[in-house]
Design a protein around this ligand. Structure first.
Ligand SMILES: Cc1cc2nc3c(=O)[nH]c(=O)nc-3n(C[C@H](O)[C@H](O)[C@H](O)COP(=O)(O)OP(=O)(O)OC[C@H]3O[C@@H](n4cnc5c(N)ncnc54)[C@H](O)[C@@H]3O)c2cc1C
Length: 442
């Protein structure tokens, strides 16, 4: 059985490790701990994914849903909630979950990586550990070192360069009955995200355009950030009775690697594509790309005759996801209309393109096409229904194979709903009809 090396122990590397272990592979994950403290916010979708993968210990580090205040385009609302996580503790708990199912986790810094040139030839990596240098070999390599992953000469699509300054604040005097909460506010040079945890820790973050931000020298950065937060309405509860501590700059440019997979390697998570931090979907997207990769890797190893199909599947999925998130971020930026001449907003309102997030679809545009899908943890070709909004195709919904169903509906003279009822019965038709209609297929 081939040995698989995974570089990086964030959500993507951990999700792939868990999936591959379930498929029976020998997996070694190499990672250094997260180098800085940060709070991030996730949606219920992330919680559902973690639960379905079996990250029980990591789930215990997710705060209950807390209110998220938003001031955008001059309007304030508290419409939604998010769940806050302390990334260092959360990531450490994911590694505990991996160890509990028998994944080998090695702590250390990957210093050198020599790729095996053909399928089944060994990759060699050199890892600096507390006990000295270690050399590891494996037949398949998963690059999951996030934004720190070397570009390795691969062409990359990049948005306008963006930097996020994360400033930790701590309560001056202990406060009772604190609850987690977060807030977002736009301003002329960018946007701010603020979060506080029940223990009084607060993290305040400014996301800015690198080219136009005119940041002061490093020694004055903390005071500069403090002044920005003092001017923001939503920041007030987060800086009240608190002092800024240290500051950490994080690159948050959106990046898509144009080459994502070879015969014996794959890039997952932020190493494959890093999305807009504005939509708060980074962990979700990194787990989404990672969840599909065990079946892709399994196909490359077990059924190399389907390697091209597996690579196409992965490329199409990751690119599709990237553009969906990039256009979602662009549409958020378009909603902010107070500063049309600001370099931050004017560049981000038009990137990556002007295509709508969801193009309108009419039933005559639904086509039956052969596309790669996941079946029994392998990639195979199947007949699916594609539309301009679903270019990768939909294979099944609610256990029903769509291609033959849509073909019958389109070939029939009678109303679509009558054919649907004839084909799947009244109960299932009642469940399917709204979904098919929202997809524009009937
Ligand atoms: C400013 C900012 C704010 C964000 N806020 C949110 C948010 O609120 N919600 C959200 O969902 N997402 C957010 N994200 C995105 C989220 O952090 C990432 O999308 C997610 O962590 C990507 O997961 P990953 O596993 O691909 O990479 P990472 O989480 O970056 O994991 C990579 C791992 O590789 C390890 N590593 C790196 N180099 C080496 C090396 N040489 N040797 C060994 N190990 C190494 C690192 O220590 C790390 O453990 C934010 C991102 C930024 C930049």
């Amino acid at each position: 059985m081939d040995k698989i090396l995974i570089l990086g122990g964030g959500p993507a590397g951990c999700a792939v490790a868990m999936g591959l272990k379930r498929l029976g592979y020998a997996v070694t994950l190499v990672t250094e701990g997260r180098p800085f403290a940060a709070i991030e916010g996730v949606s219920e979708r992330v919680v559902d994914s973690l639960r379905s993968i079996g990250f029980q210990r990591a789930l215990a580090h997710i705060e209950p849903p807390s209110p998220r205040w938003v001031t955008w385009n001059g309007v304030t609302s508290a419409a939604n909630t998010e769940r806050l996580i302390h990334r260092q503790a959360f990531d450490a708990a994911m590694l505990d979950d991996l160890r509990a199912v028998g994944v080998e986790v090695l702590f250390g810094r990957v210093r050198r990586c020599q790729l095996g040139q053909q399928a089944h030839s060994d990759h060699k990596i050199h890892v600096e550990t507390d006990a000295g240098m270690r050399e590891l070999t494996g037949q398949f390599l998963v690059e999951a070192r996030g934004r720190a992953a070397p570009a390795s000469g691969i062409e990359r699509l990049r948005s306008a360069e963006t930097v996020s300054l994360l400033q930790r604040w701590r309560a001056v005097t202990p406060e009772s009955s604190l609850t987690a909460r977060s807030a977002v506010e736009s301003f002329e040079q960018g946007w701010a995200w603020m979060a506080s945890m029940p223990n009084g820790e607060r993290y305040l973050q400014l996301s800015l355009d690198v080219a136009s931000a005119k940041l002061p020298p490093k020694s004055q950065l903390s005071d500069w950030c403090q002044r920005q937060f003092q001017q923001l309405e939503q920041a007030q509860p987060f800086i009240h009775n608190a002092q800024p501590e240290h500051i950490h700059a994080r690159a948050s440019t959106q990046i898509l690697s144009r080459e994502l997979i070879g015969d014996n390697w794959i890039r997952v998570g932020d190493a494959a594509m890093a999305v807009d931090t504005l939509s708060g979907n980074g962990i979700f997207q990194s787990m989404s790309s990672a969840l599909q990769s065990p079946a892709v890797i399994n196909t490359l190893i077990q059924t190399p005759e389907r390697a091209e199909l597996a690579k196409d599947f992965y490329h199409q999925r990751v690119e599709g996801l990237f553009y969906r998130f990039a256009r979602t971020g662009r549409d958020f930026c378009r909603q902010e209309q107070q500063w049309p001449d600001s370099p931050f907003w004017s560049t981000r309102c038009n990137w990556p393109d002007s295509d709508p997030l969801h193009p309108p679809v009419t039933p005559d545009q639904a086509k039956i096409e052969r596309r790669p899908v996941i079946h029994n943890q392998q990639i195979m070709a199947a007949w699916v229904v594609t539309t301009p909004d679903q270019p990768l195709g939909v294979w099944h919904i609610d256990g029903v194979e769509l291609a033959p169903l849509i073909e019958r509906i389109h070939n029939s003279e009678q109303p679509a709903l009558d054919t649907l009822i004839q084909q799947v019965g009244e109960n299932r038709a009642a469940r399917l009809a709204p979904t098919l209609s929202s997809l524009g297929m009937i």
